[in-house]
Write a protein that binds this ligand. Structure first.
Ligand code: GUN
Ligand code: ZN
Length: 437
């Protein structure tokens, strides 16, 4: 039997919560039921009603008193950087040269790629993340390894081999032609296979020649339904160097604009130091700015002005992400905890409902996959996380004084990590307990 009935406190978002008392922005059932069949959510609501619909004999999994939410989504992460995370003492460009490029060189070896892809997806699932937008290394085999592992687990993931043909060691360089050909072959093999989605991935303007940027633009024109992901305006030295490499450009964003890389499926990591013109260009094209708080703090890159970007006359679409290995934690709970602090340093707040909206529906909308994941809506894929706000002694103690759902969510964000993730379902199948076993 493929159907199963989960019981617990279901929480899902309908839209961005304007304020902490904007109750119509989310739906929470204190005794909720979620019926899964064929990997999809087929019914959600009060347990008694869903159980009646499920009928007798359905396998029931009782997660009370835990929260049942859509699985978390990480909108920007580098799977080949599992052994880069926690590298001391450098800002972006030195960090890339000293730690990241040498590490990514190891992915010439397909076996290494396969091993790290497996461990990476294990780690994502252990932390409650069911979908990522991932950068692979420059090597085609690293993307093959990632997609093969992802497909085996039936995860919905977006990924691409990075295109990079200059300003890095030979072991991590392609050429405009091989970058194009390898991307093309990977698209043909993997895009739309099961739940796999391909993202055209020029690493950033510094490591792509104008010829390669042309090729990336050609790929986007030839495959307008694909995602495009890259880095933008992360660090001051990066911006200066980029300007030297593309002296004709009005600003950093203009380079990507020139090569036709802006659009609703374009994901720009960091976007910290944007001018008003750049923000307008991103907004008008519907491009997504990806907030990577732990990475931006760790590399000393700067403070992403989340609420200002949301509120400006031409607002930005925003996603949130770990950016491991510049980022310092695999957990989206830890990520939003740091995000809260970054936003506080900008004199603003992100309330707990807004945070959890961002981790689920918000990121799904930003990645244009909200018809499939990011909610508990009937007909969507059953990618689910079960959260326990009593997971540690300190959390249990603090929970003694918690009275509202908002307080519980904020506690989960502030003190929670992988220990708070009781179970994860990928297309209806238990995934965290399967890893632990
Ligand atoms: N810019 C170009 N490549 C990278 C990377 O791997 N990590 C971060 N944080 N920024 C980048
Ligand atoms: Zn990155």
């Amino acid at each position: 039997m493929t159907s199963k009935l989960l019981r617990g406190r279901t929480l899902s978002f309908l839209r961005w919560p304007e304020a902490i008392d904007d109750h119509t922005a989310w739906r929470c059932e204190e005794d909720g039921g979620l019926l899964i069949d064929g990997g999809k959510i087929v019914a959600v609501g009060p347990y008694a009603e869903v159980a009646k619909r499920a009928g007798a004999g359905v396998e029931t999994i009782d997660h009370r008193p835990h929260l049942i939410l859509p699985g978390f989504i990480d909108a920007h992460v580098h799977f080949p950087q599992m052994q880069v995370i926690a590298s001391y003492g450098a800002e972006l460009l030195d960090w890339l040269n000293k730690y990241t490029f040498p590490e990514e060189t190891k992915f010439r070896n397909a076996q290494h790629g396969r091993r790290i892809a497996r461990l990476f997806l294990d780690e994502m699932l252990r932390h409650g993340t069911t979908t990522v937008a991932a950068y692979c290394s420059v090597h085609k085999s690293s993307a093959e390894a990632f997609f093969a592992e992802s497909h085996d687990r039936n995860m919905l993931n977006i990924a691409g081999k990075v295109m990079m043909d200059r300003n890095a060691p030979d072991g991590v360089l392609d050429t405009p032609q091989t970058g194009y050909d390898d991307s093309k072959a990977l698209i043909a093999e993997w895009h739309g296979k099961g739940r796999q989605l391909y993202a055209i991935t020029p690493r950033f303007a510094i490591t792509s020649s104008p010829e390669q940027m042309e090729m990336a633009g050609a790929l986007c024109r030839e495959h307008p339904d694909l995602h495009m992901q890259t880095h933008l305006s992360e660090n001051h030295a990066e911006i200066v160097f980029t300007q030297e490499l593309y002296p004709w450009s009005r600003d950093y964003t203009d380079i990507y604009e020139h090569y036709g890389l802006l659009g609703r499926k374009s994901l720009f990591g960091h976007c910290i130091h944007l001018s008003e013109r750049e923000a307008d260009a991103l907004s008008q094209s519907g491009s997504v700015a990806v907030f990577c708080p732990t990475s931006n703090l760790f590399l000393g890159s700067g403070l992403f002005d989340y609420q200002r970007y949301r509120r400006r006359e031409k607002p930005l679409r925003i996603a949130a992400a770990t950016d491991v290995g510049g980022g310092t934690n695999y957990s989206m709970l830890r990520t939003l905890d740091e995000g809260y602090k970054v936003i506080a340093l900008n004199g603003e707040k992100l309330n707990p409902f807004q945070s959890f909206w961002q981790l689920t529906r918000g990121n799904a909308e930003a990645l244009s996959v909200a018809d499939k994941v990011g909610t508990l809506d009937e007909g969507t894929d059953a990618d689910i996380v079960v959260l326990d706000a009593h997971a540690t002694p300190a959390m249990r103690l603090r929970m003694e004084t918690v009275e509202t759902l908002a307080e519980e969510l904020f506690l989960l964000q502030t003190l929670g990590d992988d220990r708070a993730v009781r179970e994860v379902y990928v297309a209806g199948r238990p995934a965290k307990s399967a890893i632990a076993a």
